[in-house]
Design a protein around this ligand. Structure first.
Ligand code: DAH
Length: 339
């Protein structure tokens, strides 16, 4: 019996298997109910009593050895099989493809950062508005054409609920709810009932700025505009102000900057003039201050409003406004470097 045990022991120590099937065959050969080791256990009752202790111990050791050896073979194969499948767990993972910031977000953030450096803080208001905040408080006469159905999307009539047509509505909300000094910048989406084309869309984005305090002057407005233009478009940028009209400002102006494509020499972008228009501005009309609960005898203010798409076009020469809302990755990918 001891001899038989020793022979099996030598065999088991040298076991080898090429695949899981062979390991299983070895398990059956040695460890199953009718396997060689089990048969030895069956024969154990024939062992003379005085040998039982030594034989029993040797048999148990043999069984443990076989179990461990076969398990080791199985585990060794499991590790190798990853290589067999062509899976190399030490390889670096495939790179994660990051998205890009939308060009309008990039430009909006840049505008906000410039005004932040001047001490402006962000204010926001609802996109679904009432007539008071979009028109009446801003000194729009009852028959002003901007209230026309053709421009404004109405959610409901009398009382009117509408999609704001400009971010100037945030001005009146902030003036109503806070006291000067007020220095805010209001980024947001606005809606107008326009046919969609390369040059117009039914929604777009604006950034509005408002500064109300004692002794705010047109010179403050002009200096703020010059700082903004030079930070946004480069230190050589020039500005010019042309008289204009908005119901909520008096006097009102439109600001042009020297064309940043030709440096002011005249090109097709600026239609040969050397200047491109970028925003509207003016001194807050005393009627607006009054309507929003601020005493126009004590306070003055300036306001300005610009289209984010317009500024983005100037910076990146996007020819067709529709590109901004189509989410074509080939377009968006062009802004990876600006991220
Ligand atoms: N709200 C104007 C628009 O939608 C833009 C604007 C012009 C805003 C002059 C202003 C401003 O604050 O002073 O076209």
């Amino acid at each position: 019996m001891i001899e038989k045990i020793n022979t099996l022991k030598a065999q088991i120590e040298n076991l080898a298997a090429a695949d899981a099937g062979e390991v299983e065959a070895l398990r059956i050969k040695y460890l199953s109910k009718k396997g060689e080791i089990s048969l030895l256990f069956n024969d154990f009752r024939n062992v003379p009593a005085e040998e039982k202790k030594a034989v029993g111990q040797a048999l148990n050791e043999l069984k443990t050895l076989a179990t461990e050896r076969i398990n080791a073979l199985r585990e060794g194969l499991a590790q190798d099989s990853s290589a067999v499948d062509g899976l190399d767990l030490t390889r670096p993972a495939a790179p994660v493809r990051l998205g890009t910031r939308h060009p309008l977000s990039l430009v909006r953030e840049e505008i906000i950062a410039i005004f932040r450096r001047l001490g402006f803080t962000i204010a926001e208001g609802p996109e679904i508005e009432d007539d008071w905040h979009v028109f009446s408080s801003l000194n729009f006469a009852a028959d002003h054409p901007a209230r026309d159905m053709q421009d404004t999307f109405f959610v409901q009539r009398s009382p009117d609920v509408l999609l704001r047509t400009h971010t100037s509505s945030v001005q009146s909300r902030v003036m109503e709810s806070s006291k000067p000094p007020i220095r805010i910048i209001c980024p947001g989406r606005v809606y107008r009932n326009e046919a969609i084309s390369a040059r117009a869309h039914c929604f777009f984005h604006q950034v509005e700025a408002l500064y109300v305090d004692r002794n705010v002057s047109f010179a403050d407005l002009r200096q703020t505009l010059l700082y903004f233009a030079q930070e946004m478009f480069g230190p050589d940028t020039q500005i010019r102000l042309r008289p204009s009209y908005f119901p909520f400002t008096e006097p009102s102006a439109e600001m042009d900057i020297s064309c940043n494509l030709c440096g002011g020499k005249g090109c097709s972008f600026c239609k040969g003039t050397g200047w491109v228009e970028i925003l509207g501005c003016g001194m807050v009309d005393p009627n607006v201050l009054q309507a929003c609960g601020i005493d126009p005898a004590e306070y003055t203010g300036f306001a300005l409003g610009m289209g984010v798409e317009r500024i983005t076009n100037l910076k990146y020469q996007v020819k067709d406004l529709r590109m901004f809302s189509e989410n074509d990755v080939r377009f968006l990918d062009e802004f990876t470097a600006a991220r």
